[in-house]
Ligand binder design. Structure first.
Ligand code: PHE
Length: 512
């Protein structure tokens, strides 16, 4: 516990006060050259919080000697050494003898040049002789001054720097002055008013430490929204605004039936390959699709039969794929490769509602995780998120889909879309959607879409003249573009840096 009264502390803070009482202001780099920067700063903060000193940080350029300059300070400049050698030798020196005398060919050569120019020496036959009795070694004197003071006249500094004898370094130091409560004693400050102080009456004379309202609180490590969650939230909002209902998407494991067969993807399609799809090894197979709800009296056998027929020989005006369809293959379990598996099951449910008398239109969306067996790089992971929408209505047209896409993406700030014909086994026609991205300065693909095929819809029992739009896009890409993230691994997967998540502007709750 702190004792009451006027006991004082010493150490560096006191030394600073003592130095200030002799000179004001002082420069820490001169007066306390040996003390580490952090220690000085801590002492100054203590003193300035009591208004005993004021200080500011100053940046200075200091000159430091290169190794060659240190040799000059200890042995003299090249020219002075040449002069000394020549002057000492009675009757002058030959060039060879001069080199021998100095012991460094380079110094002898450079020094001669300068000494000739300064008219300290001259040639006399094959000898060099001195012209004066003594010389001022200006360079050495200048370097000595710099060694002590770390500075000199600008012209001298520039000159020596050109001769590569100096280097300039930035240094930080404090300019310290007396504060309004300057004194030569640091009184202990009390932080608490205690029962003892009240009892003894010492509180009357005690000095209390003022509250520091500028102190930062301890880091609270608050929870943070993941950037993907935030963008997902924005998409959900857009869907709700446009009258969509969210589909239940919790199921990552799907039968091949809903992921592929129901979508008229033939069983030998490359997307069903092990290279592209993760298959579950235990259990390997799903049961047959069950009723959507307990009071749904639909005949699943009929639906499976329809799917089999449409794949094998065709139906509803289609000629099919002409291959033997295997129910076993359709029941293999996969990690869903697209959320269109969810849409398919949802449309099947819609078909049973239609039979029960309640009719489309319907608008559904989902945003959830999908899995593909891809090699991982800066923009690809084995798992990512898809945003998917489905609209079922009578009388829909392709132009209407393009129109809808313009409106949907405009809500995310993406305008001037471009549509390119594409292929999906389950939609006809199909279109890839592109947009010009100003930040990237190029056209980028933003989604895939189409009108679901009768082979898919009619097999479910949906009416022939009902049209269904479908569209899908990734969640990661818009998130990466929006928040300037260049590597998808920073966003998702086992390498995510929590620090990045906490610091990213995308995690703030407010809209930015
Ligand atoms: N499933 C498609 C997206 C899509 C959904 C619905 C209709 C058309 C296309 C994909 O993964 O890219």
């Amino acid at each position: 516990m702190a004792s009451a009264g006027s006991s004082s502390t010493g150490g560096l803070p006191l030394e600073i006060l003592q130095a200030l009482s002799k000179a004001d202001p002082i420069l820490s780099s001169e007066t306390f050259a040996q003390v580490p920067f952090e220690s000085i700063k801590a002492a100054l903060d203590r003193l300035s919080s009591r208004s005993m000193v004021t200080y500011q940080q100053v940046e200075r350029e200091e000159a430091a000697l290169e190794p060659e300059a240190e040799t000059i300070v200890s042995h003299g400049s090249h020219e002075a050494r040449v002069f000394d050698a020549v002057h000492k030798a009675m009757g002058g020196l030959s060039i060879q003898d001069l080199e021998k005398e100095i012991g460094d060919k380079n110094v002898a050569k450079l020094g001669q040049g300068k000494a000739f120019k300064a008219k300290w020496i001259k040639k006399d036959g094959d000898k060099i002789v001195s012209l004066v009795d003594s010389v001022d070694d200006v360079t050495r004197d200048q370097l000595r001054t710099i060694q002590e003071k770390r500075t000199h006249e600008p012209k001298v500094i520039a000159d020596l720097k050109k001769r590569k004898l100096l280097k300039l370094q930035k240094t930080f130091s404090f300019k310290i002055s007396k504060g309004p409560k300057f004194a030569l004693e640091i009184v202990m400050e009390e932080t608490d008013l205690t029962a003892e102080m009240l009892a003894s009456g010492s509180w009357k004379t005690a000095t209390f430490k003022p509250y520091n309202f500028n102190a930062l609180g301890a880091d609270q490590h608050a929870g943070a929204l993941h950037p993907l969650n935030k963008v997902r939230q924005e998409f959900r909002q857009i869907f709700f605004e446009m009258g969509f209902t969210e589909m239940p998407t919790s199921q990552f494991v799907e039968s091949g039936f809903w992921n592929f067969d129901a979508l008229f993807v033939p069983q030998q399609h490359p997307a069903r390959d092990l290279q592209d799809t993760f298959y579950v090894s235990d259990p390997k197979k799903a049961g047959r699709p069950g009723p959507v709800s307990p009071d749904d009296g639909r005949d699943y056998d009929e639906y499976l039969e329809n799917v089999k027929t449409v794949h094998e020989n065709g139906k509803y005006g289609s000629i099919g794929y002409r291959y033997p369809w295997s129910e076993d293959e359709s029941l293999r379990l996969v990690l869903r490769t697209h959320t269109t598996a969810v849409s398919a099951a949802m449309l099947f449910k819609l078909a049973s509602e239609y039979r029960g008398g309640s009719s489309p239109p319907a608008r559904y969306f989902s945003i959830d995780r999908v899995f593909r067996n891809e090699s991982v790089d800066a923009t690809h992971l084995c798992e990512f998120h898809q945003v998917e929408g489905v609209i079922a209505e009578f009388g829909l047209t392709l132009g209407g889909l393009m129109d809808f896409m313009e409106i949907f993406f405009a809500k995310m700030g993406l305008k001037n879309l471009k549509f390119k014909p594409a292929y999906n086994p389950y939609t006809e026609p199909s279109m890839e959607i592109f947009s010009y991205h100003e930040g990237l300065g190029k056209i980028i693909e933003i989604g895939n879409s189409g009108m679901f095929r009768p082979e898919m819809l009619e097999a479910m029992g949906l009416p022939r003249n009902l049209r269904v739009y479908g569209f899908g896009l990734g969640l990661e890409r818009p998130t990466m573009i929006k928040y300037g993230i260049s590597n998808i691994r920073e966003l998702l997967g086992h390498q995510v840096d929590l620090n990045f998540i906490e610091k990213n502007p995308a995690v703030r709750l407010d809209k930015d």
